[in-house]
Design a protein around this ligand. Structure first.
Ligand code: HCR
Length: 396
């Protein structure tokens, strides 16, 4: 039944919300949604999903052989999908609308060293408010691994579902020792948010992810939902190809929220039915003003405890403060000083090399030319990436 999962008192505002998204395209975060669909978590916390299986991330560094190392990247990537796209349903009953981060909002965390996997750290900063863009670096220094990326979304509405095109990409850098580095470019899938009519949104992935390594190994992951090639939800088929080749050496198939298998060997490739590890975050009392859990503390508590009056009052305070900050900056001719990232740079500012936009664009073009023979059918997505790469946070 329509609106089944919506509290009776909020059915009217849910219907108005659905009407407004149906006639809207762009930044969904700016629309006011009824309280039952609000999440107490800010979008700046989402990059942690990349590393909730820190052992699989660290395992990438454990392979000398290019092929084995690339398979470890694909394995880690597939294993992140369950957390990225189904965890709100698991913990809150449905997909929810995350808190819209303010400019300069920060989120820090880590996964401790355990079983020799090394310590992994997470740094997130909201680098733009309109449109919302989140940048992050995940690093395991002892293993020579670093994942840098940014994420933004473009949303539209089609046949009763919200379609989310993710804008951005992630670059995994692997230190191979002896001054050698491998770089792996990862594009992000499209999402479809269904179940809106019932007030119980959930995500299905569709389209593709491309993973291309500077070693030449590449993979295309195709996503399908119920009613497509397997008839099952959350289905993925990944093909893995050797350098400069059209051939497929490995095929991995299954469901990204449970298990996938290598079709040739029948061996389990990913199994995410085991518990994941939440990122460790320091005590809120010790946080700076702009750290996510401190900044949104009262709003989150209001949402969690169902005290929406407090949540909305505290949210307005944050928004008014932001408006004032932007006004003051405009008056003074200044901009908000970001802490870890800066526009047109690929790397965080903590001492790593500064790469300007045009350099990065050139770097990616060269990277693609040297790793892919011209004319490969996989080329178009990489051209799209050049465009994205040219604008570090957001394509024009
Ligand atoms: C689309 C979305 C905000 C963005 C979220 C992203 C794409 C962020 C980057 C993460 O790596 C992966 C990720 C997972 C989330 O599924 C996705 C969110 C789902 C809903 C939310 C909309 C802005 C809110 C829509 C409001 C609905 C639920 C009524």
């Amino acid at each position: 039944q329509a609106g089944e999962a919506v509290p009776a008192s909020q059915r009217g505002s849910w219907t108005s919300f659905l009407k407004s998204i149906a006639s809207f395209s762009g930044d969904l975060s700016s629309l006011t949604a009824p309280p039952f669909i609000l999440s107490p978590t800010s979008l700046t916390e989402f990059p942690a999903y990349w590393c909730e299986r820190p052992g699989l991330f660290a395992a990438i560094a454990g392979h000398k052989d290019d092929e084995e190392r690339f398979l470890a990247v694909v394995r880690w990537f597939i294993a992140t999908l369950k957390g990225q796209y189904t965890s709100r349903n698991e913990f809150m009953g449905s997909e929810k609308k995350p808190l819209n981060p303010v400019l300069g909002e920060l989120f820090y965390g880590h996964w401790p060293d355990k079983d020799g996997r090394g310590r992994t750290t997470l740094v997130v900063e909201q680098v733009s408010h309109h449109p919302p863009i989140t940048a992050y670096v995940i690093e395991n220094k002892s293993k020579g691994l670093s994942l840098t990326g940014h994420n933004a979304q473009k949303t539209s509405f089609s046949s009763g579902a919200i379609i989310v095109k993710q804008i951005g990409h992630a670059i995994l850098t692997i230190d191979l020792g002896g001054g050698k580095k491998e770089e792996v470019l990862i594009t992000l899938p499209k999402l479809r948010i269904d179940g809106l009519w019932y007030g119980s949104p959930y995500i299905e992935l569709w389209d593709k992810t491309n993973i291309q390594s500077s070693s030449g190994w590449s993979s295309v992951l195709e996503y399908k939902g119920k009613g497509y090639f397997s008839g099952k939800v959350h289905t993925v088929k990944a093909t893995v190809s050797p350098p400069a080749s059209f051939s497929v050496k490995h095929t991995i198939e299954g469901q990204w929220h449970t298990e996938t298998k290598n079709t040739k060997t029948g061996k389990v490739f990913t199994d995410v039915t085991t518990p994941k590890e939440d990122v460790v975050v320091g005590p809120t009392e010790e946080m700076e003003e702009f750290e996510s859990r401190k900044l949104w503390g009262l709003v989150s508590r209001g949402i969690r405890e169902g005290d929406y009056e407090v949540a909305s009052r505290e949210k307005s305070k944050i928004e008014n403060d932001q408006r004032q900050k932007r006004k003051d900056e405009a008056g003074a001719g200044t901009t908000w000083p970001l802490k870890h990232f800066t526009k047109n740079l690929t790397r965080p500012m903590n001492g790593s090399p500064v790469v300007q936009t045009s350099h990065l664009r050139r770097k990616i073009v060269t990277f693609i030319r040297t790793t892919l023979p011209l004319g490969l059918p996989r080329l178009p997505p990489y051209f799209a990436m050049i465009k994205v790469g040219g604008y570090i946070w957001f394509p024009a």
